[in-house]
Design a protein around this ligand. Structure first.
Ligand SMILES: Cc1ncc(COP(=O)(O)O)c(C=O)c1O
Length: 386
């Protein structure tokens, strides 16, 4: 095959995702997997039944419409109105995708030219770096630093250049648990308007906010026409394997994203789209119980990690806790996570993999708490031994 590397140079260094490596390690060592963010119990029974019914009734078993089935687009628009006060036309301003992951990929591939600069909150969810790279664009990190991980807005202003095309936000933020507050969002929005930037905002944890509230940046003045909002059913309804996500944005933005999306998967998850349409219409009590359940679990794991000697950064949102391992006499999160399964039968994710600057995240380690209480209790008991 000659000497030319097989992997396209844009993807150089992206390798296997850390989640695959750590989940494989969890399986190989029989460890409790607090690495990858997926729940160990499925979402509501009636929503699973809705999916089964759709399959058996022959709804969605053949290619659904490219933009998503009308019932789901309508339900997404209603959900944006109900929880965020945002009005979107289900026919032209909503696009159903194969999870938020495809929405992110399609948005970045559609909206970026090679050489464009994208400012993103670092640590980055791993697909951002890959998709920016696939678009031939340049990622410019706005690094969030412990202990509070709040964005430095002066730094953001300084990072904007004539090549900046897009701000890539994620709030609630994985892995730090930061929830951008109203003042921060207003400052970001003002910069976007001043410099005529697009904003792509990943809000998959929008229903997991424990302190303050989730504010959609699309609602701020001047933002509707420049913001692509992304969310998904995976986290909110505990069906991460279904991969049903969506984009809401002004019609010209949705048209651009749809153009890229149609050549990525074309369509996906037909029967699940019917079920997610039902899920989005669950009563407020569902969303409140979901949040309360995760809040209890956050507090359980946070207390256990602190008792085991970790420095805990209590998350305002998401289902992840970032910790600092230096009080344990440890320095390197990657090394720590590779040996943790052997040492005590727990798997976690080193935050360093989410940074361009590995030093910024070196002593940080992320644990998820979207597991059953007894699993978290067992994990805490095992961690107390290190
Ligand atoms: C910030 C963030 N965005 C997107 C995703 C992926 O969402 P989906 O499973 O809907 O593709 C995740 C999953 O962990 C995530 O943490």
């Amino acid at each position: 095959m000659g000497t030319r590397p097989l992997l396209n140079r844009r993807l150089h260094g992206l390798g296997t995702t850390i989640f695959a490596e750590m989940s494989a390690l969890a399986a190989a060592t029989g460890s409790i997997n607090l690495g990858q963010g997926f729940p160990d119990t499925d979402g509501p029974r009636e929503i699973a039944e809705a999916a089964a019914r759709a399959v058996l009734d022959g709804r969605g078993n053949q290619y659904p419409p490219g933009p998503g089935i009308p019932e789901l687009r309508q339900a997404v628009a209603e959900h944006q109105q109900r929880f965020r006060g945002l009005a979107y036309d289900p026919d032209t301003e909503v696009l159903v995708t194969a999870g938020a992951t495809e929405a992110i990929a399609a948005a970045l591939l559609a909206l970026l030219e090679p050489g464009d600069e994208v400012i993103a909150l670092e640590p980055f969810y791993d697909s951002y770096a890959a998709c920016i790279a696939m678009a031939g664009a340049v990622r410019v990190p706005l690094t969030l630093r412990a202990p509070d991980f709040r964005p430095d807005l002066d730094r953001l202003r300084a990072l904007i250049t004539p090549r900046t095309r897009l701000l890539l936000l994620n709030s609630p933020h994985n892995p730090t648990g930061l929830v951008l507050n109203a003042e921060e969002l207003a400052a970001v929005a003002a910069l976007a308007v001043e410099h005529d930037l697009l904003v792509v905002t990943d809000e998959v944890y929008e229903h997991l906010v424990f302190a303050g509230a989730h504010h959609p940046i699309a609602a701020l003045p001047g933002m509707r026409e420049r913001t692509v909002s992304i969310s998904s059913a995976g986290k909110t309804f505990s069906f991460t394997g279904w991969k049903v996500g969506w984009v809401t944005a002004a019609a010209p933005l949705v048209a651009a994203v749809r153009t890229a999306k149609q050549y990525l998967t074309y369509v996906s998850a037909g029967p699940f789209q019917y079920a997610v349409a039902e899920a989005l219409r669950l009563p407020d009590g569902y969303y409140a119980d979901f949040r309360a359940d995760l809040l209890r679990k956050r507090d359980l794991l946070a207390a256990g990690l602190a008792a085991a000697g970790f420095r805990v950064f209590n998350p305002e949102g998401t289902y992840f806790i970032t910790t600092d391992i230096t009080p344990l006499g440890e320095k390197d999160g990657i090394e720590f996570c590779r040996t943790l399964p052997e040492r005590c039968g727990v798997v976690a994710i080193p935050n360093a993999v989410f940074y361009d600057d590995p030093d910024a995240g070196r002593p940080l380690v992320r644990f998820t708490f979207c597991k059953r209480v007894e699993v978290l209790e067992e994990a805490v008991s095992r961690l107390s031994r290190i």
